[in-house]
Design a protein around this ligand. Structure first.
Ligand code: AP5
Length: 214
């Protein structure tokens, strides 16, 4: 099963990726998590990416395409994978086509911008795993602590309102065109395209997703 999760920053891609990973046993490939791991490790890629990410901009297509190609070639992706945050531009989607990487499902999670801005102020993440929580809508079992490790949760540096608004502008400019792109792919062949209302409760969105994934 190969799945792409599409949606604005904060639409709930990472949250639903956790659900799909657990339910279907396929790995989540989150380009954002991969970049944040490189930032944490202080690699040359991480140092370069940090500036771009903190400013709410996109990392170069060339760099991201290389990262994803390498990740998809690993053994755990043989039975499928879930792409979270990739592709995010038309050149990234073209690179998948050029490399013969087909997908079974494209899942769009739709949330209005103003709702996203409100949501981001309450997001908390577990830096080690990328697990995502929300102080009101999806709280951890113990306040401020990751459910699995008990480690401290953190606020992402790019969740500040001005940066979130910049990320939303970039989403509308560069990522939203993928809705049309994959609409056409779906019309032409074996890929299913499904759009979900991401303003519903986390568990409701998960149930709706499960109803279409075979
Ligand atoms: P990335 O980490 O991919 O960020 P993003 O796409 O902006 O998405 P987010 O992780 O912010 O949101 P999400 O949709 O996963 O929402 P979440 O589930 O956390 O990318 C970060 C940066 O890396 C980019 O800005 C860019 O610089 C770079 N980058 C990454 N990939 C790239 C690429 N391919 N090309 C170039 N650059 C790239 O949910 C948000 C909050 O809402 C949480 O608190 C959650 O608990 C809550 N929530 C979720 N669902 C619901 C719900 N149904 N109701 C209420 N609350 C909910």
């Amino acid at each position: 099963m190969r799945i792409i999760l599409l949606g604005a920053p904060g639409a709930g891609k990472g949250t639903q990726a956790q659900f799909i990973m657990e339910r279907y046993g396929i790995p989540q490939i989150s380009t954002g998590d991969m970049l944040r791991a490189a930032v944490k490790a202080g690699t040359p890629l991480g140092i370069e990416a940090k500036k771009v990410m903190d400013a709410g901009q996109l990392v170069s297509d060339e760099l991201i395409i290389g990262l994803v190609k390498e990740r998809i070639a690993q053994d755990d992706c043989v039975k499928g994978f879930l792409l979270d945050g990739f592709p995010r531009t038309i050149p990234q989607a073209d690179a998948m086509t050029e490399n013969g990487i087909d997908v079974d499902y494209v899942i769009e999670i739709d949330v209005p911008d103003e709702e996203i801005v409100k949501r981001m102020s309450g997001r908390r993440v577990h830096p080690g795993s990328g697990r995502v929580y929300h102080v009101v809508y999806n709280p951890p079992k113990e306040d401020g602590k990751d459910d699995i490790t008990g480690e401290e949760l953190a606020i992402r540096p790019d969740d500040e309102e001005t940066t979130v608004r910049k990320r939303l502008d970039i989403y509308h400019e560069q990522t939203k065109p993928l809705v049309d792109f994959y609409g056409k792919v779906a019309a032409a062949g074996n890929t299913e395209y499904h759009k979900f209302d991401g303003t519903k409760a986390v568990s409701v969105v998960s149930e709706e997703l499960a109803s279409i994934l075979k």
